[in-house]
Design a protein around this ligand. Structure first.
Ligand SMILES: Cc1cc2nc3c(=O)[nH]c(=O)nc-3n(C[C@H](O)[C@H](O)[C@H](O)COP(=O)(O)OP(=O)(O)OC[C@H]3O[C@@H](n4cnc5c(N)ncnc54)[C@H](O)[C@@H]3O)c2cc1C
Length: 264
């Protein structure tokens, strides 16, 4: 097991198309990593971008990514046998805590939570997973989740699968009868802000995996600052106390550092 300070070219062992926009790559890479940490993936001549680990498995790691712009479009076209550069892992990762845990995700935000959900179930914690997706075509990890001893709430924005609801609606309604000792959350920032506010109101410890446009990933360039922290070095996982009364949920920043307001 190792960490990589400079990119090492590794082979893509397999590619799984999870849905029309999301793929999972299994990489031939033995990394010492924990849930919630991320790696920098490099495609020579294209770019280098951050991705969380959706599985950490001894000699292999997996990343699950959504096609969004130039880099992820290129990544989407790669096949088993192709090579990508990997450096990392970076960031603090999640800290497993609490006996009754609720995991809340939106879309591909489920990816960094998956290894922690599996770890929590293995350690016999009482686990609830609330996962929201745009529609039934965008569901992720349903087989992996159904194998777990956990209470599952899968919802869609349009009701095309299961209930028509946002994951935060389900969380809010569960809070009326359940007392969680820890919450973990990853997804679109406005959905995480709603979770953050509910946790602050109910005084539940919460760890949220935040995203900012990232360049160096090692705390030097300052591009990914959020709430006075560097997401790459001090995060990407932050507690409810760190994000309380900050710009989190109001604006992000683009590659030039310009403020981009967040809207529903
Ligand atoms: C710590 C971390 C972990 C990540 N893990 C995953 C993952 O597991 N799976 C996954 O699909 N994606 C993940 N991402 C996001 C991923 O890095 C971006 O989607 C990717 O860099 C987009 O590159 P692109 O060239 O395809 O699109 P771009 O053209 O670079 O981006 C498309 C749009 O998304 C915006 N954008 C890009 N990156 C970010 C960002 N980090 N925060 C906010 N807005 C952004 C751009 O401003 C632009 O509007 C993660 C990001 C971070 C910071």
């Amino acid at each position: 097991m190792k960490t990589l300070d400079a990119p090492e070219m590794v082979e893509i062992l397999s590619v799984v198309k999870e849905n029309s926009l999301v793929k999972t790559l299994t990489l031939d890479c033995k990394l010492k990593a924990k849930p919630g940490q991320f790696i920098m993936l490099w495609i020579p001549g294209v770019d280098e971008k951050p991705f969380s680990l959706s599985k950490i498995n001894g000699s292999k790691i997996e990343v699950t990514f959504k096609k969004l712009g130039p880099f992820t479009e290129k990544l989407f076209s790669l096949k088993a046998g192709d090579k990508v550069g990997v450096r990392g892992p970076y960031g603090n990762g999640f800290r497993l805590a609490g006996s009754k845990i609720c995991f809340i995700s939106g879309g591909v935000g489920l990816a960094p939570l998956m290894p922690l959900i599996e770890q929590a179930v293995k350690k016999k914690r009482n686990v609830t997973v609330i996962s929201g997706f745009k529609d039934k075509t965008q569901l992720l990890f349903q087989n992996r989740l159904s194998r777990l001893k956990a209470e599952l709430h899968i919802v869609t924005d349009d009701g095309s699968y299961s209930r028509k609801a946002f994951s935060t609606d389900i969380f809010e309604s569960l809070l009326a009868s359940q007392k969680y000792s820890q919450v973990y959350c990853c997804g679109p920032e406005l959905m995480m802000k709603k979770t953050l506010d509910l946790c602050l109101k109910k005084k539940i410890p919460c760890q949220l995996s935040a995203e900012r446009y990232m360049k160096c990933a090692v705390g030097l360039c300052g591009q990914c600052c959020l709430a006075g922290f560097r997401v790459c070095k001090d995060g990407p996982v932050f507690t409810e106390k760190q994000l309380k009364d900050t710009e989190f949920g109001t604006y992000s920043r683009n590659a030039e550092g310009k403020r981009i307001p967040l809207h529903w």
